[in-house]
Design a protein around this ligand. Sequence first.
Ligand code: DOR
Length: 424
Amino acid sequence: MRLLIQGGRVLDPAHGVDGRLDVLIENGKIARTGENLSAEGAEILDAAGLAAAPGLVDLHVHLREPGFEAKETVATGCAAAARGGVTTLVAMPNTRPATDCPELVKLVREKAAATGVNVLPAGAVTVGQKGERLTDFEALREAGVPALTDDGVPIQNLALLRQAMREAASLGLPLLDHCEDRDMVQNYAVNEGAVSRRLGLSGRPAVAEELQIMRDVMLAEDTGAHVHICHISTSKGVDIVRRAKARGIRVTCETCPQYFTLTEEEVLRQGAMARVNPPLRTQADVDGIRAGLADGTIDAIVTDHAPHTAQEKARPLPDAPSGMVGLETSLALALTGLYHSGVLSLNRVLALMTSSPAALLGLGKGTLALGADADLVLFDPNEAWTIDRERFASKGRNTPFHGRSVRGKVKYTISRGNIIYQEG
Ligand code: DOR
């Protein structure tokens, strides 16, 4: 099987490549890149006017299966990934049962195998994500998990967390941590601040996130573990990571389009559709996240794709579940909010969505180097379009970006040389 992608603007941030080139794919691998390649018998894909980059690597996705198939299945989540240009994703373990043993890791991988998307289930840190007893990290590593996390359920017990970091460090597994002190945030729906006061609701304070980031940084230094802070949302949180990195501590972090695009005000307009954990914050936080992306403190842009049913999201704000879908909008939102607005170069946006997240977890993905898996996204970086949740492949329609005008449209997604999505 040979595929020749002709005439696109090829961007491979890991190797500083940015030029009008052809890419030849053979047997699912990158065989050659260069000008005016010819390859007899190859299928031709005309990429004139398009950018061709490594397939996106999303470190934070909730696929919901097993247990919550009304929200999403592995198949529908992977279809959404393909539509969004995502070829590799890390699946969060807050399924039912939780992904806390090799059998469940295997189950998710088997369900994903037919989709063409490279799904890597993360293993739970504690049995059933209950925060009481550590899972068998070694067995999970053997089953192929790239990292450990109790995402969605922050770990409160510091002795247990320290033990987890020690064991994770000894096995070379990163620990991905959702930072929000549970006692402080309870099941509150919005950021603590002007909007929560206006709505007469208790809020989730920024300091609940920042304290756990600080705690994680200190434990990372103490244990030598690689701690990766999930979906960072506050300016001060970014600053804590910035200073920790300067001290040589093994801490990395990610953020999501919602945190560099929206503020807590969105809750006043869209209610539960804008409910997410951690919550949307203030404009100063949005600015701080953008600064962290610009100076390299933030290592990755992920989605925290968190589908919920329409009925669930129709509940009153205090009772609705938190989360928003993101797989089908992340590239456009990143291009619109960061590249077209002049915050980052196109190359840098793509690095944050491909080579950098792949390198964090040592996935061997996110590059167009010779011999690499032929995972690519082909997109028009400039095309203007309007986000329409009714067209999503995801079962989840819970996006606060419905109706928003964006620029940057995915045209083809290629995974191991196979076209797994083509527009129209
Ligand atoms: O808003 C969120 N939803 N944040 C999380 O950490 C979990 C996620 C979910 O699973 O719905």
